[in-house]
Design a protein around this ligand. Sequence first.
Ligand code: Z5A
Length: 211
Amino acid sequence: MTRFVTFEGIEGCGKTTQIRLAAAWLAERGIPVLATAEPGGTPLGRKIREVLLKRGSFAIGAEAELLLFAAARAQHVRQAILPALRAGQWVLCDRFADATLAYQGFGRGLDAGFIRTLNDFSALSLSPDRTLLFDLPVEAGLARAEKRTAGVWAEAAEDRFEREDKAFHGRIRDGYLNLAAGEPERFRIIDGAADVETVHREVCLRLAELL
Ligand code: Z5A
């Protein structure tokens, strides 16, 4: 049986590290897997990612930002995620529709009802079988992100979201926890503050529930 599992959390929560380890863990068990990410996962998605994340000389308002994430998802679902699921692969996705609710809804203050409608339209109503939420204090996540970019020329290192203040990232964390409380059967909250190996063991337990 194929599974669609999404990895979510605030900046620096460790989901990208964990998705890599999880994909290898599944592959070792002979399970075909596609590890992918949003925005990204297709040539169009990667172009949109560049526009959205790189600091540019042009402004991107909250509404335009929302529509760009939705456009990247529309292409990603049709071109990569659904074909992989139909081909019998598990799909592990680094961020998906919950990120739009957390960032553009809770973070930017755009209307959650409209975002849900747009998410359904862009994702053909595809919903994850399981969502792993890596939760940790904002300070800890931002410190990791800062450490990662230390020594890199600041203009090139920080993306548009990393420049947001702590309150913004706090709203994202609260937003994710709120989404998880609303759908406890889909979400699993994992302590993202633990060391990489401990978090990986917890991820494996959660994936094993789906085997
Ligand atoms: N966004 C949005 O607004 N709306 C949407 O609909 C979507 C996205 C889909 C890009 O996402 C931005 O897009 C994102 C939200 C927005 N902006 N923010 N914030 P992204 O997922 O590509 O970017 P990111 O959130 O910055 O994730 P990241 O850079 O990939 O970081 P991560 O996945 O949270 O963590 P990591 O790369 O695995 O780890 C970060 C560092 O910590 C790294 O140096 C690791 O070695 C280290 N690390 C990882 N795990 C640990 C543990 N357990 N202990 C200690 N250190 C660790």
